[in-house]
Design a protein around this ligand. Structure first.
Ligand SMILES: *Cc1c(COP(=O)(O)O)cnc(C)c1O
Length: 394
């Protein structure tokens, strides 16, 4: 199993990088694109660049590259802010669009930012955040629910929600649904049009390779756009920002979800990240993702036996593009792996997480990582004080 586009990335030769689900690798094109943007646009044309180089439209125009990755229309997508801020915007807009309903429904152990943002919004608006077990979400959608807020692929286990079925149940109950696609977009098939999604947000720096802290994306279904009122009424989301009117009028399309001036360098870097998918079918990406994660599970189970236990669904169809194995000293084992240049990450309390980016990971990466994990467990190389010291970012 070859990688789909390894030549589009710049990755150190001696590294097995299995953390593209946390920070995507550097696209080969990014450094030169940023250098050119600074020299030939910012330096030479200064403020004229907003018009001359189309900077002002970048949050909408580069989203067109994202459209095939999540199967949505370009006019439904916008690049802006962080995932957390984007989520706040959409949940607040959804609560307003369903005013009278008093509940935001989510799942327990959702990604923390998703829970914190929803809880803060509920506190502000006098709503209730109801968190239920993942498999109870669908049956918990009732006529008090304004919006169902879920992460499509669980950041720990990689379990995938049934997007189409939840969208349907939510719509039948008169609620809206907002998906966090941070661990899905660019790794598995996401069909926003086919599953009739209402709202979604996602992360630019994971499988989309936009660089550390890259801006996020916002999706609002075209049929809802005119009824969704942006809660952060910034000038960039105004119908005519340069009319400088006192009163706020939302822009007619997705641009209403812009707030302030877009970060052009960051968006250009994200554009290079999205361009790594050019010409590649998401069905191929998804098939490769399942193949790589399954090959890893098989190799680890064969090499390591009971020393680690799988904490992700065994069925590839029910799994995103990463795999978690639990080990009581998972943190130290992961540090020992990183010292041997197999880079994954750790999620408390005991999960070693390995992400498979189909564009640049191949079967050789997977087999070698499983072998090195086996060697570390056999030799107890992880049982060394330097591997136990916890860093701020795990
Ligand atoms: C990574 C991730 C985020 C990131 O949010 P930021 O605001 O970009 O820090 C949000 N939600 C989920 C589910 C994630 O996996």
């Amino acid at each position: 199993m070859e990688a789909l586009a390894r030549e589009r990335f710049s990755i150190p030769n001696d590294v097995i990088y299995l953390d593209g689900n946390s920070l995507g690798a550097l696209p080969r094109a990014t450094p030169e694109r940023l250098r050119a943007l600074m020299r030939e646009e910012w330096r030479s044309d200064l403020i004229a660049s907003w018009n001359k180089h189309g900077w002002i439209d970048l949050p909408m125009s580069i989203a067109a590259r994202l459209a095939p990755i999540v199967n949505a229309k370009p006019a439904e997508l916008l690049i802006a802010d962080s995932t957390s801020v984007s989520l706040f915007k959409l949940l607040a807009a959804a609560a307003r669009a369903r005013s009278g309903r008093k509940t935001i429904l989510t799942q327990r152990r959702n990604f923390p930012t998703d829970l914190y943002v929803a809880q803060g919004l509920c506190d502000m608006l006098g709503l209730t955040l109801r968190a239920v077990d993942a498999d109870a979400v669908r049956d918990s959608i009732d006529d008090d629910v304004a919006v169902v807020s879920l992460t499509h692929v669980d950041y720990r286990s990689a379990a995938v929600h049934e997007m189409a079925a939840i969208n349907r149940a939510s719509r039948d109950a008169g609620a809206l649904t907002c998906w966090d696609l941070s661990h899905s977009a660019g790794a598995i098939e996401v069909d926003l049009a086919g599953t009739e999604c209402d709202l979604a947000v996602g992360c630019g720096y994971k499988y989309l390779n936009g660089g550390p802290g890259a801006p996020a994306f916002i999706f609002v279904a075209e049929r809802l756009l005119e009824t969704m009122h942006p809660p952060l009424q910034g000038w960039m989301g105004h119908a005519q920002p340069f009319a400088f009117e006192d009163g706020y009028q939302p822009a007619p399309g997705i641009a209403r979800f812009l707030t302030g001036t877009p970060s052009i360098l960051a968006i250009a870097a994200l554009d290079c990240g999205l361009a790594t998918f050019d010409g590649i079918a998401m069905a191929d990406v998804a098939a490769r993702s399942r193949g790589l994660s399954q090959a890893f599970i098989d190799a680890v189970e064969a090499r390591c036996g009971d020393a680690v236990s799988l904490a992700s669904p065994g069925d590839p169809a029910a799994r995103g593009s990463h795999v978690c194995f639990a080990h009581p000293h998972g943190y130290a084992v992961m540090q020992a792996l990183i010292a041997r240049k197999v880079i994954g990450d750790f999620r408390a309390p005991d999960l070693m997480r390995f992400g498979f980016a189909p564009l640049y990971n191949d079967e050789g990466d997977v087999l070698r990582a499983a072998e090195i994990l086996g060697e570390i467990l056999d030799s107890r190389a992880w049982d060394d004080p330097r591997f136990h010291a916890r860093a701020k970012v795990t």
